[in-house]
Design a protein around this ligand. Structure first.
Ligand code: SAM
Length: 279
């Protein structure tokens, strides 16, 4: 073992429910020489609960670069190390990126121990397309930067996932309403795996009403999953064309309605046919 390097394990921990802590994750935390954790007091409680006495070392945004050098030396000396965060999967809106990149640059093995992740849990129950999606993490705390970021996403057709804090939730949703429109569908996934778990799916306007009707609904941890913009083809079909198409569709099979609408409006028959299928 002495001339072998250690392994850096990236270990997911529960996002609420302790039963989501996998047996494999537990045995890795038992086995390694050191657990690097965002908040050692918080993580000590988790480790104590599972009877794991491995030493902890704080690794957070402020000391990650500085500490990376020391951790690489220990890995090179043969000690395996696990990285965990306060909850969920490390590096996902959490520290660890510099450490992983530096370990790879030194050809040290980095192994994931997968498990809970709030964005994936939320996406899995959102009932919005999952074939393509984009994770945006936290929007800026500054109103102008947040607004700009949202504007850059106005034409994004993929499902969009955001993390948000309770005190910025309403401001963020109000900005989304202005950029994406009141009718855009959003899923608010709150307190996942915890006692007050709630998944609320509605339009942006209705979700704001729901949150303001009972302000305690704004408390907790949230993931926002937002429907993507309509595909470009649909947007090129003007409301008037859609109206004509709709009337003909009520009387005719899809292919004939598409053909006639195309002759009347000049819009491609294929585009109309695809639109009809989607609807
Ligand atoms: N690394 C974590 C992961 O894998 O999801 C995310 C860490 S990030 C600092 C914390 C944010 O994740 C919260 O502000 C919230 O947006 C989201 N989050 C974490 N736990 C959650 C839960 N149980 N329910 C809903 N959202 C959660």
């Amino acid at each position: 073992m002495s001339n072998q390097t250690g392994i850096l394990y990236i270990v997911a921990t529960p996002i609420g429910n302790l039963q989501d802590f996998s047996p494999r994750a537990q045995s890795i935390l038992h086995a390694v020489k050191l657990v690097a954790a965002e908040d050692t007091r918080h993580s000590r409680q988790l480790l104590d609960h599972f009877g794991i006495s491995t030493p902890l070392q704080a690794l957070h945004d402020h000391n990650e670069r500085h500490l990376t050098h020391t951790l690489l030396q220990r890995l090179q000396a043969g000690d395996s190390i696990a990285l965990i965060s306060d909850a969920g999967t490390p590096l996902i809106s959490d520290p660890g990126y510099h450490l992983v990149a530096a370990a790879q640059a030194e050809h040290l093995p980095v192994i994931p121990i997968p498990g809970p992740c709030a964005l994936i849990a939320a996406l899995s129950v959102a009932g919005l397309p999952t074939d393509h999606f984009v994770f945006e993490g936290f929007l800026s705390a500054k109103a102008t930067a947040r607004r700009h970021r949202l504007e850059s996403l106005a034409q994004e057709t993929r499902t969009m996932i955001f993390y948000e804090t309770p005190h910025r939730l309403l401001d963020c949703l109000t900005d989304m309403t202005q950029v994406f429109g009141q009718g855009r569908v959003i899923v608010l996934a709150k307190e996942l795996t915890k006692l007050f778990e709630t998944v609320q799916k509605d339009t942006l306007a209705n979700l704001i009403d729901w949150l303001t009707a009972q302000p305690e609904r704004q408390k907790g941890e949230f993931v926002l999953v937002v429907q993507g913009a309509p595909p470009p083809d649909e947007k090129t079909v003007s409301p008037e064309t859609q109206r004509v198409f709709q009337i003909l569709r009520q009387e005719l099979p899809l292919n004939q309605a598409a053909k006639l609408t195309s002759q009347i409006t000049g819009i491609s028959r294929n585009v109309l046919y695809a639109l009809g299928l989607e609807k």
